[in-house]
Write a protein that binds this ligand. Structure first.
Ligand SMILES: Cc1cc2nc3c(=O)[nH]c(=O)nc-3n(C[C@H](O)[C@H](O)[C@H](O)COP(=O)(O)OP(=O)(O)OC[C@H]3O[C@@H](n4cnc5c(N)ncnc54)[C@H](O)[C@@H]3O)c2cc1C
Length: 278
C-alpha cells in the first residue's frame, strides 16, 4: 500500500520543529530516519497532513560530553554510533549495541531519537538506555525537561512525550574505566527484532548495578535483586538457579520455552559483564 498524501518539509532548526508542533499538534508528524514511520505511513496506520523531517537539524546531530555524560543528539544515526564517528562513544556500550541493530541499511538511516520515541518493546536502544540510566532531553513550547529513560516509556509504543514535545538529545554515562556491561539478544535471524534480550551495567564508582530485560509486553523490566547480588558477589552470585528465581515473578505466565530464552539471555549478558565470555 502507498501512504496517503502528505506535505513533506525538512527542518533546519529546533525552533522550526517547535513552531510546527505548537501550530498543528495533531496534523504534523516528525520523521527521523523513517525506518518505523515509513512502514506506518505506507500501511496508513498514521495519516499526517504534514511530515517534518528532523534528520538534518544541526543541533540534533551533535555529540558532546557534559559532566561525565555523553549527550547524543536525537538525529544521530545507529550507523554513526556503530562507526565510532564521535570520539566520546568509541568503546562505549552504545557502540557495541548499535552494530547489532537490524542491518546496515536500517542503521544508516534510523536515529536514536526516532527509536526511543517509537518505543518498540523489543528495540535495542530502549533497553540499552534504560540499563545505562540514560536521561531523555525533551523540548516543547513550555521549555525543556529531562526525563529518566526508566520513566520515558510507559507502555508499548507509548511514551511520556506530550503534544508539542520532541526528543532533543539523550544523555548516557561517558566511557568509564570502572564500568562493566553486557548485552545479549535472541533473534530468529539477523536484522529482526529481539525475541528476548538483556542488558546489564555495573559501575562500582557510581554504585550502579542494573540488570534489565527487554522484548517484554511493554517497557523493559529491572531485576534489581539479581543486579545487587552480582554487583556484590560477582560470578558466585550466578550459581544455582539465581537467574531463574529472579525472573520467576515476571515470567510466571510465560511458557517454559520463553522462560528458558530469557534465562539464557540474562546469563549470557551477565557473563559478558563479568568478563566470563565475549
Ligand atoms: C527491517 C527493520 C528491522 C529493524 N530491526 C530493528 C532491531 O533489530 N532493533 C531495533 O532496535 N530497531 C529495529 N528497527 C527499527 C529501527 O531501529 C528504526 O530506526 C527505529 O525504530 C526508528 O527510528 P527512526 O529514526 O527511523 O524514526 P522514524 O521512523 O522516523 O520515527 C519513528 C517515530 O518517532 C517519531 N520521532 C522521530 N524523531 C523524533 C524526535 N526527535 N522526537 C520525537 N519523536 C520523534 C516519529 O514521529 C515516529 O512516530 C528495524 C527497522 C526495520 C525497518
Amino acid at each position: 500500500m502507498k501512504a496517503a498524501k502528505f506535505d513533506y518539509e525538512r527542518a533546519v532548526s529546533l525552533q522550526q520543529i517547535q513552531d510546527a508542533l505548537a501550530g498543528e499538534p495533531g496534523g504534523v508528524r516528525l520523521m527521523g530516519g523513517s525506518q518505523s514511520l515509513g512502514p506506518m505511513l505506507n500501511l496508513r496506520l498514521v495519516r499526517p497532513e504534514r511530515v517534518l523531517d528532523v534528520s538534518a537539524v544541526p543541533e540534533l546531530q551533535q555529540v558532546s560530553t557534559v559532566n561525565a555524560q555523553v549527550r547524543i543528539g536525537a538525529a544521530v544515526t545507529h550507523a554513526q554510533i556503530e562507526d565510532g564517528l564521535h570520539e566520546a562513544l568509541r568503546g562505549h556500550m552504545m557502540q557495541k549495541v548499535a552494530g547489532r541493530i537490524a542491518y546496515r541499511g536500517v542503521r544508516n538511516r534510523g536515529t536514536l531519537g526516532g527509536s526511543l520515541a517509537h518505543a518498540d518493546p523489543a528495540a535495542d536502544w530502549v533497553l540499552t538506555c534504560v540499563a545505562l540510566g540514560a536521561r531523555v532531553n525533551v523540548r516543547g513550547s513550555g521549555g525543556t525537561r529531562s526525563v529518566p529513560m526508566a520513566d520515558f516509556m510507559v507502555a508499548a509504543y507509548t511514551t511520556v512525550l506530550e503534544a508539542g514535545e520532541f526528543i532533543e538529545s539523550v544523555d548516557v554515562p561517558a566511557v568509564s574505566a570502572t564500568a562493566r556491561w553486557g548485552y545479549y539478544k535472541f533473534t530468529r535471524k539477523v536484522g529482526e527484532f529481539a525475541d528476548a534480550s538483556c542488558a546489564c551495567y555495573f559501575d562500582p564508582a557510581t554504585r550502579t548495578a542494573r540488570v534489565v530485560i527487554g522484548a517484554m509486553d511493554g517497557a523493559p523490566r529491572f531485576l534489581p535483586e539479581l543486579a545487587a547480588k552480582v554487583a556484590a558477589h560477582g560470578a558466585a552470585a550466578l550459581a544455582g538457579d539465581t537467574i531463574a528465581a529472579a525472573l520467576q515473578p515476571i515470567l510466571a505466565q510465560r511458557d517454559p520455552a520463553h522462560q528458558e530464552l530469557f534465562r539464557t539471555v540474562v546469563e549470557r549478558s551477565l557473563q559478558q559483564a563479568l568478563g566470563l565470555k565475549g
